[in-house]
Design a protein around this ligand. Structure first.
Ligand code: PRT
Ligand code: ZN
Length: 223
């Protein structure tokens, strides 16, 4: 058996709002990783696991393709790619991990007479999450256009790109600083563990099972 058949590959975010929680989880699992700042790979010392350090947006496709066996990703990014991307992703994550929590909110300029979801009828909503936003609009029976922006969504109303936005909110400070107020919470997210739909070799499956056991142990000790 070649080593690539027995070493489990885990993709995590290299740097950002998921990275700290992901490294912390591994540490609490009793796993040490040697990780150079500019490296793409790190190796877990205690178990045959290679850690791929990448941009979060790339993780679902890596896992769908089997380039990585498992990954840690924000549920928001996962569901958006599931709804709008072409990767073949299972509907249910393997496990919810409880960190990097946030919500997706519709927000409008302060002082707008927002009086419920019908206010959005016929309007333009700027967002990086057109899939999740349109799914919610459909559920509400509302027709509105989504205008896709990949960053700085909060400036859209001022630039007259949209009458409303739908973006990630955690403290609400960003909305407030931009003269916006949240009016609907349409989605709640946290970090999730996802697994490739491709069958793992027996050796990898055994490593995965013992990793899951360690993660469950960490989560039980928190409750
Ligand atoms: O470089 P890379 O592509 O890997 O990272 P990224 O910049 O795409 O993502 P990153 O690290 O910012 O976020 C990764 C994931 O963390 C997101 O997909 C969410 O699942 C989760 N998360 C948790 C957040 C936040 N909290 C958050 N506050 N993601 C983004 N934000 C941003 C939000 O976009 C807005 O600009 O923070 C701002 C709002 O924060 P408040 O506190 O002002 O409300
Ligand atoms: Zn990203």
């Amino acid at each position: 058996m070649s080593s690539s058949d027995s070493i489990l590959r885990l993709a995590i975010q290299k740097k950002g709002r998921l990275a700290d929680g992901s490294f912390e989880l591994l540490k609490r699992c009793g796993l040490t990783i040697s990780h150079g700042k500019d490296k793409l790979y790190a190796r877990v010392e205690e178990m045959p696991i290679d850690v791929l350090l990448v941009r979060d947006d790339d993780i679902p496709a890596f896992v769908a393709d089997g380039a990585s066996d498992i990954g840690i990703i924000g549920q928001n990014v996962y569901d958006e790619q599931r709804l709008t991307g072409d990767a073949d992703l299972p509907e249910e994550p393997e496990m919810r991990l409880g960190f990097s929590g946030c919500r997706l909110c519709i927000a409008v300029p302060k002082g707008e007479g927002y009086d419920g979801a019908n206010w959005l009828e016929g309007k333009r909503i700027a967002t990086s999450y057109p899939g999740i936003t349109q799914a919610w609009l459909k559920d509400q029976g509302i027709n509105a256009r989504t205008v896709v922006m990949n960053g700085a969504v909060e400036i859209a109303p001022r630039m007259n790109i949209g009458e409303a936005i739908c973006d990630i909110v955690s403290t609400g400070a960003t909305l407030d600083a931009n003269g916006l107020m949240p009016v609907e919470t349409i989605y709640r997210s946290e970090a999730i563990l996802i697994k490739s739909p491709h069958r793992l070799s027996d050796a990898k499956q055994a490593v995965f099972d013992s990793l899951l056991k360690r993660i469950r142990g960490v989560q039980d000790s928190r409750e």
